[in-house]
Design a binder for this molecule. Structure first.
Ligand code: F6P
Length: 513
């Protein structure tokens, strides 16, 4: 039986601390603790994070580490890495980490055959990726998928632009809105296009509708050898075959959609950057897995970030987190993290189906700096809500414009500084209260390895917060109701009488149909 977080002693302690710490002043905290930067910085594999401008101190940190103890985060982490059935509502284990565990690694008892299957599938889809890469007659690769079957591959391919083969263009179709598919297909030649139909379930209505439209477009446009132009990435190989797909690469029910880009769902990434770089991407994530498994709690970055999220959400009442990547290639990272965190931890019952008396996932959003600075940063600096900002900077760029890069980094540093120090201007319009928290992440370079590490860090951070909250981070029933109601409304587009529709929906449907 898990200890409910709001019932344990450290939660009460944190409740007391929230009163005394509400007057915590970050600038003074640095004056009072000469080594605050060193103390609150963590060097994890390929990722350095400075947490010294976060709204906490050692007393809070210690209480949070105690909270992790009391809520059995460590035993849940061990259960995750043993392949136990920790996705309780669906009765599944959660083993996306196994997808990036290299050959030759000691595997927990009972998982050897799963790992062998992972490695065989990996070899198969990587060798397919290499074949596509060397096939000059394929000029365009189109990934059709949504949610986890879109956001991961799309985010990674954009982030790793420097590594992407220039011989092919990569397109992503996720939305049921046909403006998207029409806009992509209009420019393509069926006989030069490879479609990757990415769907764990192979039933998602957006993906299936787009896949059918693509198939029809292929046939109508004189496409030959459909079997060579459509590939299925799915754990439902049977449905993919029914669709008419011959080449499929599978994965397993223990891989959640939003955790799936390490599996065959990552085929688009592998085609884009090649098998070697894809393995580096897995390696970066694996190193972060190892760090999460074995680093001391005080040095354990995913643990500290997840605990900080709990402190912010439940004690300081921050309801939102801003992601500010200072690297334009990371422009899809906020969207990717939204699904990862909000679909995982946007829950209001615990694992025993009891309602919660405390908040869970916060609202996550963001845009690359410096664009955000000239849009919503005004609100972050002088608005009435305190929203912690997460700066992500990359030391070495992949271009030669040193002056641009120094200006970019100077902007990130200056913003983080401004949030903390503020400006006690006598003109109230120009007054900045300051004392606004931020964290600062640094990657040496944006490479497949560092991206893999950064993403695995985010996965485990989400895991930690969910573990403290006692929720199941691995189901997503919250997206089901809308799907069912869509089908009901679809049937009524031509009805004169409506059933099961509220007056507002009826009024809107009358206008829209
Ligand atoms: O609607 C939510 C969801 O199930 C996500 O969790 C998932 O990533 C997405 O839909 C796509 O699902 P599938 O890969 O099965 O098409």
């Amino acid at each position: 039986m898990l200890n409910r977080c709001d019932q344990v002693a450290s939660w009460q302690k944190l409740n007391e601390l929230k009163v005394t710490k509400s007057s915590l002043d970050l600038t003074n905290a640095f004056l009072n603790q000469a080594n605050r930067f060193e103390h609150f910085s963590v060097d994890a594999p390929h990722v350095f994070v400075d947490l010294s401008k976060c709204m906490w101190d050692e007393e809070v940190e210690n209480a949070l580490l105690e909270l992790a103890n009391e809520t059995q985060v460590f035993s849940l982490r061990d259960a995750l890495f043993k392949g136990e059935s920790i996705n309780t509502t669906e009765g599944r284990s959660v083993m996306h980490w196994l997808l990036r565990t290299p050959k030759g690694t000691q595997i927990p008892a009972g998982l050897g055959s799963a790992h062998a299957e992972v490695l065989t599938t990996l070899d198969a889809f990587l060798s397919f990726a290499e074949k596509v890469r060397s096939n000059d007659s394929i000029t365009d690769v189109v990934n059709i998928g949504i949610g986890g079957s879109d956001l991961g591959p799309q985010m990674a391919i954009r982030a790793l632009a420097e590594y992407v083969t220039p011989t092919k263009s990569f397109h992503f179709i996720s939305n049921i809105d046909a403006h998207e598919i029409a806009g992509v297909l209009d420019k393509l030649d069926p006989n030069k296009t490879l479609f990757l139909i990415s769907s764990k379930s192979f039933t998602t209505i957006e993906t299936m509708t787009n896949a059918q439209t693509a198939k029809q477009w292929f046939i109508n446009g004189g496409g030959k050898n459909i079997d060579q132009h459509f590939v299925g990435l799915t754990s439902n190989v049977l449905l993919a075959k029914e669709f008419g797909i011959v080449t499929t690469f599978g994965f397993w029910d223990w891989v959640g959609g939003r955790y799936s880009m390490w599996s065959s769902i990552g085929l688009a990434i592998a085609i884009a950057i090649g098998a070697k770089a894809f393995k580096e991407f897995l390696q970066g994530a694996f190193e972060m897995d190892e760090h999460f498994k074995s680093a001391e709690p005080k040095d354990n970055l995913p643990l500290k970030l997840g605990l900080l999220d709990v402190w912010y959400r439940n004690f300081l009442n921050y309801k939102s987190r801003n992601i500010a990547p200072y690297h334009s290639a990371l422009y899809r990272l906020p969207a990717y993290l939204q699904q990862l965190d909000m679909e995982s931890n946007g829950k209001s019952v615990d694992k025993s189906a009891q309602g919660l008396s405390y908040g869970t996932a916060s609202v996550l959003w963001g845009e690359p700096g410096t664009n955000g600075q000239h849009a919503f940063f005004q609100m972050l600096h002088q608005g009435t809500d305190v929203i912690p900002i997460e700066f992500i900077a990359v030391k070495t760029p992949s271009h030669a414009h040193t002056n641009h890069h120094e200006l970019l980094l100077a902007n990130a540093l200056a913003q983080a500084q401004a949030f903390m120090v503020g400006d006690a201007n006598e003109n109230k319009a120009r007054y900045f209260a300051g004392n606004r928290p931020s964290m600062f992440t640094i990657l040496e370079r944006l490479t497949p390895t560092s991206l893999g590490a950064l993403i695995a860090l985010s996965e485990h951070r989400t895991f930690v917060a969910g573990a403290v909250w006692g929720i199941n981070s691995f189901d997503q029933y919250g997206v089901e109701l809308g799907k069912t109601l869509t089908l009901n409304i679809m049937k009524q587009f031509t009805n004169s009488e409506f059933t099961n529709l509220d007056p507002s929906t009826q009024g809107l449907l009358r206008r829209l149909r």
